[in-house]
Design a protein around this ligand. Structure first.
Ligand SMILES: O[C@H]1[C@H](O)[C@@H](O)[C@H](O)[C@@H](O)[C@H]1O
Ligand SMILES: [Fe+2]
Ligand SMILES: [Fe+2]
Length: 326
């Protein structure tokens, strides 16, 4: 049983069946072998950022200066946020996630350059976010500028600039905002109480499924996050697109894919899923998180003043005029 990246293939329905029969329902000695094989393979490649860029992990002055008590206060959040999560937690099921991934692989929804995508996204007001009243383009520039001020590498500035562009999904195939924005969590295994508003999962059809309600569900400990289905939304969507259509290093791709996976990067749960690569990726995601979250209180950036600077960085890793297949 190869521990391949099963959710990255179009044949997901078949894969998940194999995965269940082959991994979760079989026993642990095989799983331990798998983890050892993976460990050996990953020693060679833990990420693709170059060594002089390891300063991404140094704690930022930016992070240290912020008053963190003003952010992510979900108990005090307005009804818009609470209703959003109630709907998301009821509807993100394994069945929905398989179908969303099949639909994603089946077609190209639009062809737009990165800058065109940023402009298109600007009309979206994110219902899940208790912390910002700014537009999406302003949030993207705020994140990128905070990363730039701290002297982080150019690919990380680019990651800040584009990390929420997956919200474009809202204008294409989405059923609402519940399958686009908000925090993410794994489906196919028990929902952690560390996810915000955990009680709202009781209405999810997977909540009392015999397999999905167990701690590991359809997964095997150490299987690696590449093999885990995270609730479908803007992170997962953009990750797949950038993996194929940019030269952003693995650390940047992880920042995109996991930036909303708060139960993992901040709540410290679901660690049993991780393999050796994920240990490295978690560090990268944690280095990125403050720039996403705490830049929301910074000054409003002037889009036109910054455009040329960022078009140059886009050019380096993606292509400034390249039409991305969304
Ligand atoms: O409300 C926010 C917003 O949708 C972000 O883009 C997402 O990354 C966060 O995790 C979420 O809490
Ligand atoms: Fe996001
Ligand atoms: Fe963001």
């Amino acid at each position: 049983m190869a521990p391949g990246a099963i959710f990255e293939t179009p044949n997901i329905a078949e894969d998940i069946t194999n995965h269940r029969d082959g991994l979760a329902l079989e026993a642990t000695s095989d799983a331990i072998d798998d983890v050892n094989v993976l460990k050996a393979a990953l020693k060679a490649k833990n990420g693709t950022a170059t060594s002089e860029e390891k300063d991404i992990y140094a704690q930022s002055t930016f992070d240290a200066e912020k008053d963190k008590t003003q952010f992510r206060q979900y108990e005090e959040a307005c009804d818009r946020v609470k209703n959003f999560y109630r709907e998301q937690h009821e509807k993100q099921t394994v069945a929905y996630n398989l179908q969303a991934r099949n639909a994603f692989h089946a077609k190209t929804r639009a062809e737009l350059t990165i800058w065109q995508a940023m402009e298109k996204l600007n009309t979206l007001i994110d219902e899940s976010d208790p912390d910002t009243s700014l537009s999406q383009i302003e949030h993207l520039l705020q994140s990128a500028e905070a990363i730039r001020r701290d002297g982080k590498p150019r690919w990380m500035q680019l990651t800040g600039l584009i990390h929420d562009l997956g919200k474009l999904l809202f204008f294409f195939d989405a059923q609402g905002q519940w399958d686009v924005v908000g925090d993410t969590f794994p489906v196919g295994c028990a929902f952690s109480p560390k996810i915000i508003y955990p009680d709202t999962f009781q209405q999810n059809p997977d909540f009392d499924n015999v397999v999905y309600s167990t701690e590991h569900g359809i997964y095997t400990p150490g299987c690696g996050l590449d093999n885990v289905m995270l609730s479908w939304g803007h992170d997962e969507y953009l990750y797949h697109i950038m993996k194929e259509q940019s030269t952003i290093p693995d650390e940047g791709l992880a920042m995109i894919r996991y930036h909303s996976f708060y139960p993992w990067h901040t709540g410290n749960v679901y660690r049993w899923m991780m393999n050796e690569k994920d240990v490295k990726m978690l560090e990268a995601v944690r280095a990125f998180n403050p720039y996403d979250l705490y830049s929301k209180s910074d000054d409003v950036p002037k889009v036109e003043d910054l455009k040329e600077y960022y078009l140059d960085i886009i050019d380096e890793f993606i292509g400034r005029d390249k039409k991305i297949r969304w």
